[in-house]
Design a binder for this molecule. Structure first.
Ligand code: IFM
Length: 435
């Protein structure tokens, strides 16, 4: 890598990130069923119907995995907790083994000098709550607040930072409008409700964690830079609408107490009654904002029902996901988020990385990380207070509907033997962090 630690100010945080369902192995330790288990068990939803029952077996191999994090020279580890591991039915009876696991995991990070950065929800909704309507049901905000109190009551005292929900757009739009993720719905009313309730749950969880005396609370939004496929006015409007329901909806909700007009024009009639009164819960003060950034999209208008547009393939080099490599998008998001929403609040890149076909000699990943760190530095030089960067991901893992095929890890995982082998990118990052 061209960029190294000494190119950043003292205290800039380097970390790597994972999530519970993608690595732990959900079939062990008394965890309850989640909507991802049933989504994966339904034909046609996930490549080869792969699921997270074993995943990377991190539940039993976490010491080895944390050694890899520490030996690479990272300062921090971003992980998530599984609601159904702690509360198998989503509410009520606690699974003590689940709480013990996260307790051990936390102490194992600390004993290696790694800062624990927790996300409370990274998509594995307990099935019992999915049965009650999941993110469509307003009560989810209180179920989530109760879960927050239980899990953070146990490990919150040792967290360097906490964020309630990973990528609200994926929880709501991707999963309830596009149907690509669990629960696989394609319904505009469900989408409008999920998009609002996910922010309500965010706000309630922040309230609970403040009540517990926790510090350094934030949020994690995924962002995709949207550009028109042509100069046509219609295509420009299409890109603006994509930007509004993907990126701005959640920022506007948390920082402005409103939602973008063109999104409300599209699905406002499906919003839950009284949504306008919920911003007092949603607009909790935050200590930082996390941005997960991977790519951009080109949009063209069409005659289909709202949002009346489709994606057009772009000309840039692509990752194994088929996503264009576009580091400028990260620069633009950092600049725009700071200037229009967050001001002096610290920004953290909470996820960035790429899936690569190359199993071990992943020069493409090294170049990707270098280019995105360069974009981050450019924003920093122009005054944006970016204070950390987390690489997605430590391990090859369960890439949701795409199963185990798409490899995002710095460390290769052989899914037959579960052997971990550091890739060239792991060695490159290790060298960069030591210089
Ligand atoms: O693997 C996912 C992760 O769960 C959330 N952010 C994007 C990653 C890559 O698709």
């Amino acid at each position: 890598m061209k960029i190294k630690r000494s190119d950043f100010a003292e205290g800039f945080l380097f970390g790597t990130a994972t999530s519970s369902y993608q690595i732990e192995g959900h079939g062990v330790g008394g965890a309850g069923s989640t909507h991802w288990d049933t989504f994966a068990a339904t034909p046609g939803n996930v490549v080869r119907a792969e699921h997270g029952q074993l995943a990377c077996d991190h539940y039993y191999r976490y010491e080895e995995d944390l050694d890899l994090v520490a030996q690479a020279g990272f300062d921090a580890y971003r992980f998530s907790v599984s609601w159904a591991r702690v509360l198998p039915e989503g509410r009520g009876k606690i699974n003590p083994e689940g709480l013990d696991f996260y307790d051990r995991l936390t102490d194992s990070m600390l004993s290696r000098g790694l800062q624990p950065h927790v996300t409370l929800y990274h998509w594995e909704l307990p099935s019992a709550l999915a049965d009650l309507g999941g993110w469509r049901n307003r009560d989810i905000a209180n179920w989530f607040a109760d879960f927050t109190a239980i899990i953070m009551g146990r490990i919150g005292d040792r967290m360097a930072s906490a964020a309630p929900i990973n990528e609200p757009w994926c929880v709501s739009w991707l999963s309830h409008f596009l149907g690509h993720h669990a629960p696989g719905m394609r319904d505009i009313r469900a989408t409008a409700r999920a998009m609002h309730h996910v922010l309500l749950a965010h706000g309630r969880a922040i309230q609970v964690m403040r009540g517990l005396g926790m510090k350094n609370l934030g949020c994690v939004f995924n962002m995709e830079w949207a550009e028109p496929a042509s100069d046509r006015t219609e295509d420009r409007a299409a890109a603006a609408l994509y930007d509004d329901y993907y990126n701005r909806f959640f920022l506007d909700g948390v920082f402005k107490g409103t939602y973008p007009k063109d999104v409300l024009d599209g699905f406002g009639e499906h919003m839950p009654n009284g949504w306008q009164d919920d911003f007092k819960f949603i607009q909790q003060a935050l200590d930082w904002v996390g941005i997960n950034y991977y790519t951009r999209k080109l949009l063209a208008a069409d005659e289909s029902p709202w949002p009346s547009h489709h994606e057009v393939e772009g000309p840039l080099p692509k990752t194994q996901m088929g996503w264009e490599v576009y580091p400028d998008g990260l620069y633009k998001f950092l600049k725009r988020t700071a200037s229009e929403y967050t001001g002096d609040l610290p920004l953290i890149v909470t996820e960035n990385g790429m899936a690569s076909e190359r199993p071990f000699e992943d020069a493409d990943r090294i170049a990707y990380v270098d280019a995105h760190l360069g974009a981050l530095q450019r924003a920093q030089r122009e005054g944006v207070p970016v204070q950390g960067y987390f690489l997605w991901s430590l391990l090859d893992n369960y890439e949701w509907a795409l199963g185990y095929e798409k490899r995002f890890g710095l460390v290769h995982v052989d899914f037959e033997t579960l052997a971990r082998t550091p890739k060239a990118s792991y060695d490159a990052v290790k060298l960069a962090l030591s210089n």
